[in-house]
Design a protein around this ligand. Structure first.
Ligand code: ADP
Ligand code: MG
Length: 391
């Protein structure tokens, strides 16, 4: 893949460039906790987007997507418009956002492609944004902290692409560390690196193949329900700003004043947030079994209390549970489709693949894509040709 990207770059733009590797990410546990100011536990993975980049003196942004086999070329004017093509917007959004932070790049060239499955919930979008941002910072000599980069990339997706994502995806893709999960406090943006390096277990992702439009609208409904819960509790606990500040005991006081559905939603978030903290302790104590158990519990909550799962995700978790050596399995991401994340004993991964593919096909008529993955470093430069034009 990298060779092909270099070849395409050389063909179009010359032989001076940087190669950036920008990974996708998983979230081990902590779903729908981010916008409730809680904790999440993501990690960067060994599936990535690679970008060959250099500045140019044409006053234009010239892009080529290897995977889409499409190019896009636009003048670097003061007001960038959406491309109408999809993928260029993730790149233009970063340029737009950098400008709003006072960083104006000259024209640049970028050829990119990768192996992060697109739209499967492994954050190919964050990888692309983070990769472009990292590359532009290197080429222009801008010093931007990695957390700041994550914030800029998130804003690019919020404001230019128009997707209201939290900061987790960009943060994990940019800041990832090999063999470590990142315990991120979504309120303060402080984070800890938690060792995750049990060679006896593999992280295996199973893609339902299902993509549902529902995600956006249901996501907004869930956010509103969480806010509704907070506003009821706030009346007598003014210190409560988000569900992160609420304990189960506090919630129970309001069980009669709260709509049943709102109560269920809040209960899930409070429990899930607790699970992230406990799961981190499990990792610190090398108790991978207890960690996996919390993944199952997380799925249960997402299925029955937060109600963002779907038939295909539930089947994948049920089927996985029956395979020998599976110690944890849950849906990952916003819900209604996408992937499950599974912790599988290394010596049963092959058996896992066979049984899950067979049973999923039997029960749904669908083919599952299965990816083994390891936790990797975040966005970085992996190659630099002799001299860039800026030096
Ligand atoms: P994901 O869960 O993978 O982040 P999104 O819908 O948020 O899914 O982002 C996917 C979009 O990002 C694609 O539709 C495309 O516009 C862009 N994208 C991601 N990876 C690539 C790639 N390798 N080549 C071109 N565009 C990509
Ligand atoms: Mg995305």
């Amino acid at each position: 893949m990298i060779e092909q990207i270099e070849f395409e770059f050389q063909k179009r733009f010359g032989d001076q460039y940087l190669i950036i590797e920008a990974p996708g990410r998983v979230n081990l546990i902590g779903e729908h906790t981010d916008y409730n100011d809680g904790f999440v536990l993501p990690a960067a993975i060994d599936k990535a987007i690679w970008l060959a980049m250099n500045l140019n003196d044409t006053g234009r942004i010239r892009l080529f997507s290897v995977d889409m086999n499409e190019e896009y070329d636009v003048e670097l004017t003061s007001s960038l418009q959406k491309s109408g093509m999809g993928w260029p917007d993730y790149i233009l959004g970063v340029v737009d956002q950098l400008r709003k932070h006072g960083m104006n790049s000259v024209g640049f060239d970028c050829v990119f492609g990768g192996n992060v499955p697109i739209g499967a919930g492994l954050s190919s979008s964050a990888a692309l944004e983070g990769g472009v941002l990292y590359g532009l910072a290197e080429l222009n000599g801008w010093k931007i902290s990695t957390m700041n980069m994550a914030q800029i990339a998130q804003k690019a997706e919020n404001e230019f692409v128009g997707v209201q994502c939290g900061i987790m995806d960009q943060f994990a893709s940019i800041n990832g560390k090999e063999s470590h999960a990142l315990k991120l406090d979504c309120r303060t943006l402080e984070y800890d690196k938690i060792p995750f390096r049990d060679p006896d277990f593999k992280i295996v992702l199973c893609d339902t193949g299902v993509r549902r439009e529902l995600t956006g609208s249901e996501y907004n409904v869930r956010r509103t329900q969480c806010e509704e819960g907070v506003s009821i509790i706030q009346k007598s606990h003014p210190q409560v700003k988000k569900l992160r500040d609420v304990t189960i005991e506090m919630l129970e006081e309001y069980i009669d004043q709260m709509d049943d559905v709102v109560y269920k939603r809040c209960k899930f978030v409070i429990e899930e947030n607790r699970r992230v903290l406990d799961a981190c302790d499990d990792l610190e104590q090398d108790n991978i079994g207890a960690f996996g158990e919390k993944m199952f519990q997380s799925h249960q909550g997402l299925q029955h209390k937060f109600e963002v799962s779907c038939k295909e995700l539930d089947i994948l978790v049920e089927v996985a549970k029956k395979v020998e050596g599976v110690i944890g399995s849950r849906m990952m991401g916003g819900g209604f489709g996408g992937c499950t994340i599974n912790l599988v004993r290394t010596n049963t991964v092959e058996q896992f693949k066979q049984e899950v593919s067979r049973d999923y096909l039997k029960q749904t008529g669908l083919k599952v894509e299965i990816y083994e993955t390891t936790i990797s470093d975040g966005t970085r430069v992996i190659k630099s040709t002799e001299k860039q034009t800026t030096e």
